[in-house]
Ligand binder design. Structure first.
Ligand SMILES: [Zn+2]
Length: 272
């Protein structure tokens, strides 16, 4: 069956749809993956890789260096704008409503800024537009302080900003609302169980811009791939594990290229 034949019926049936996104869709808005040179950071006389910066252990040992790195990343994300791929996913939520969920690995918040609802979006790695208590006195998320100025690379955190990056409830230092490499998924902050639960019974999985380097998205892909009735679509420039899932599945579709190009095309199948 071709793409239209496989996808069009979802408009009128009552089946569940999951869109799973990764860094690729944000890269189309100009946000670097931070795994490249953009993510390197000097602390004292040592240069750290992003995998070392984005850790609880770095935050514990050098909290303000860690924050300086995140303030710079926050600035980069704030200056970026959602693209046609993000906008197509918003339209999909509008069409499918409660049959739709978005699972994103991106912490830039562009999906919510584009217009996806917080209720139907599982931000499984967090969102840089929120901070929370590092002492875990409350599960509540706080908005990123608007008073904090945009940052250049390697710009330190000021004393005024340090006061703003404090838990309003107990006075502990606040932390960015992101999942660090040396931390585990959980339900409270990352909705990991909700995301898995939804994916268990999803009938259509659209994977966009992710190389499948992280655990939970791979589990979701594997689970949908084992369901012979499900449809699995991989939109990525080049090969990746999701492409393999799609290639081996009778109802798999591989679209080689950017989400900004293919998502509006898929959306058009459901708009008519
Ligand atoms: Zn607190």
């Amino acid at each position: 069956m071709d793409t239209a034949e496989l996808l069009k019926p979802f408009k009128d049936n009552n089946k569940r749809i999951t869109v799973l996104t990764g860094a690729g869709i944000s890269a189309e808005s100009g946000i670097p993956t931070f795994r490249g040179p953009e993510g390197y950071w000097t602390v004292g006389s040592r240069e750290y890789r992003p995998e070392q910066m984005a850790t609880h252990s770095m935050f514990t040992q050098n909290p303000w260096e860690s924050w300086a790195w995140y303030l710079y990343r926050h600035t980069v994300c704030k200056k970026a704008e959602p693209n046609s791929g993000h906008r197509a996913i918003v339209q999909m939520e509008e069409i499918f409503k409660d049959r739709f969920r978005l699972v994103t690995q991106n912490v830039d918040g562009l999906h919510l800024r584009a217009g996806n609802s917080r209720e139907r979006t599982f931000q499984i790695h967090g969102n840089l537009n929120y901070i929370r208590c590092s002492g875990e006195c409350t599960p509540k998320l706080f908005d990123f302080p608007k008073e904090i100025a945009d940052k250049e690379k390697d710009q330190p955190v000021t004393e005024e900003e340090k006061k703003l990056l404090t838990c309003p409830r107990c006075g502990s230092i606040a932390r960015p609302h992101v999942l660090w490499f040396d931390e585990c998924y959980n339900e409270t902050w990352y909705k990991a169980e909700s995301a898995m639960g939804w994916a268990t019974s999803t009938d259509l999985l659209l994977v966009v811009g992710t190389a499948g380097a992280t655990n939970l998205p791979m589990q979701i892909g594997g689970m949908v791939a084992r369901n012979p009735e499900a449809v699995i679509v991989d939109i990525n420039p080049g090969d990746n594990p999701f492409r393999q899932f799609a290639a081996r599945h009778d109802r798999g579709i591989a679209l080689d290229g950017p989400g900004g190009e293919f998502l509006p095309e898929l959306l058009a199948l459901w708009e008519t």
